[in-house]
Design a protein around this ligand. Structure first.
Ligand code: ADP
Ligand code: MG
Length: 237
């Protein structure tokens, strides 16, 4: 069944409306111009990009919105974090009035996990902060007010801080909806909607999901612009 989205990797055979960037077979293919990224990858001891990374990196680095559908454990976090760091490099802090990158996640555990990856692989002193329900609200407000480049948040708490003017999202140009299916299952759509009212419409948006049901496709249609879809395994339509 064809969606409104122009391309999945399967569409290669019949209707190619846009050229699909070549996949990254080696880390150097994507990041040779970014020695600090290469160093972080080497330090982690990774041998090669995972399938989702090898497809996602060149697409995201071209500024294209991307939906990545793949099972847990396939390396989706670094598939959006690495290009995110590079994106922030072109949006230096003096050009921004707040964080440039926002990652929304369904749970506190995932937010903390993404933040840990962020601290491990990010470079040039990019500052990341984690904002989630159940955590120390005042501490989070202080962290955010110190000037932050990356916010990793669960939708409820971020919406709370946003409504009370503790966080300015108007400089966010790189938005990630991580585990979108789970965020919808948990009923976070109203909060996501309110958060995104403040995020620039000309942002780049990345969405990940382990499944591809109607609700997730609808969310993608609302919030992503002419996205490419990369999926690993089968799309369960
Ligand atoms: P997902 O978000 O798809 O569930 P994660 O991004 O959490 O998966 O990655 C799962 C694990 O794989 C993490 O421990 C991560 O550090 C590791 N990993 C990521 N990229 C690679 C790679 N290229 N090679 C080997 N391991 C990787
Ligand atoms: Mg993940």
């Amino acid at each position: 069944r064809k969606e409104n989205f122009n391309i999945t990797c399967d569409d290669l055979k019949d209707s190619v409306k846009r050229p699909i960037p070549n996949p990254t077979c080696k880390f150097e293919d994507a990041f040779q111009c970014y020695p600090e990224v290469m160093e972080n990858i080497k330090r982690a001891g990774f041998q090669k990009p995972t399938p989702i990374q090898s497809q996602a990196w060149p697409i995201i680095l071209q500024g294209i919105d991307l939906i990545g559908v793949a099972q847990t454990g396939t390396g989706k976090t670094l598939s959006y974090l690495m290009p995110g760091f590079i994106h922030l490099d072109s949006q230096p802090v003096e050009k921004r009035n707040g964080p440039g990158m926002l990652v929304l996640t369904p749970t506190r555990e995932l937010a903390l996990q993404v933040e840990a990856e962020c601290s491990k692989y990010s470079y040039k002193g990019l500052r990341s902060v984690c904002v989630y329900g159940g955590g120390n609200r005042n501490g989070q407000i202080q962290d955010v007010s110190k000037g932050v480049d990356i916010i990793i948040a669960t939708p409820g708490r971020l919406n709370d801080l946003q409504m009370n003017n503790f966080v300015n999202l108007r400089s966010v140009t790189y938005l990630v909806l991580d585990e979108a299916d789970k965020m919808l299952d948990m009923g976070f759509e109203p909060q996501i909607m309110k958060i995104l009212l403040d995020v620039r419409p000309d942002r780049q948006t990345i969405m990940t999901s382990a499944t591809w049901p109607y609700a997730v496709r609808r969310l993608a249609q609302s919030y992503l612009k002419e996205p490419m879809i990369v999926y690993v395994g089968t799309l369960d339509l």
